[in-house]
Design a protein around this ligand. Structure first.
Ligand SMILES: C[S@@+](CC[C@H](N)C(=O)[O-])C[C@H]1O[C@@H](n2cnc3c(N)ncnc32)[C@H](O)[C@@H]1O
Length: 204
């Protein structure tokens, strides 16, 4: 690898294998701890770093309107092929700025960032949290998972704690409504996950 490492490093080359892996687990199992915090009524959802769209498709299936944002072209193409559901729109954009999403007028009740946040370095996480603040409406929720443990070869990943994420989120008006820890659903050695749900304060 040459030049500065990027958050998407490793994903394009492995897209075919990863597509099978991501689609081998169910949204309802991945998010079992926080499902009760996903509203039943139809909402505007943004799935950031959507991968092959497993979560986006399940959320569309529950009646939500989903914008699936994925910067890795190979994963986005797989997602569009695997999940042609009417309720999903795919977009090429990325954290930390999400410039294309933010240039559009749409704002969101729910944001999902499943296994994405720890790809950003500290400075990027600060910019990204401000982007979430811009995109999520008052009273809206951010559903985030953080991976802990060894970094796979060829990837760029940081050890990000729940505590520092909650502190960063607080500066943008988000309060934690759920935090839990669980093992890895794909049985990778020494990998654990934080499940975090943040709620944005209602407008004063
Ligand atoms: C571990 S995969 C998770 C994919 C999907 N959310 C899932 O749970 O199956 C991480 C995803 O984050 C995407 N990603 C990496 N850097 C990103 C960035 N800066 N902005 C948005 N997505 C990013 C990758 O392309 C990849 O699809």
């Amino acid at each position: 690898m040459t030049g500065r490492a990027r958050s998407t490093d490793g994903y394009a080359a492995e897209a075919a294998t990863l597509a099978v892996r991501y689609e081998s687990i169910r949204f309802e199992d991945v998010h079992a701890d926080i499902l009760h915090l996903v509203p039943a009524a139809p909402k505007r959802v943004i799935d950031i770093g959507a991968g092959t769209g497993r979560d986006a498709a399940a959320l569309a299936g529950r009646g939500h309107r989903v914008l699936a944002v994925e910067p890795t072209a190979e994963l986005r193409a797989a997602g569009e092929r695997l999940h042609p559901e009417a309720g999903i729109t795919w977009l090429d954009d990325g954290l930390p700025d999400l410039a294309r999403v933010r240039a559009a007028p749409d704002r969101f009740d729910l944001a999902f960032l499943t296994a994405v946040w720890m790809h950003l370095d500290r400075a990027e996480r600060q910019v990204a949290m401000r982007a979430l603040d811009d995109l999520v409406v008052p009273g809206g929720r951010v559903f985030m998972t953080l991976r802990h443990g060894p970094v796979p070869p060829g990837r760029r990943m940081f050890q990000v704690t729940a505590g520092e994420t909650v502190t960063l989120a607080a500066a943008s008006g988000f309060a934690p409504v759920h935090e839990s820890r669980r093992g890895d659903m794909l049985d990778r050695d020494a990998v654990t996950w934080t499940m975090l749900v943040l709620e944005k304060a209602e407008a004063a």
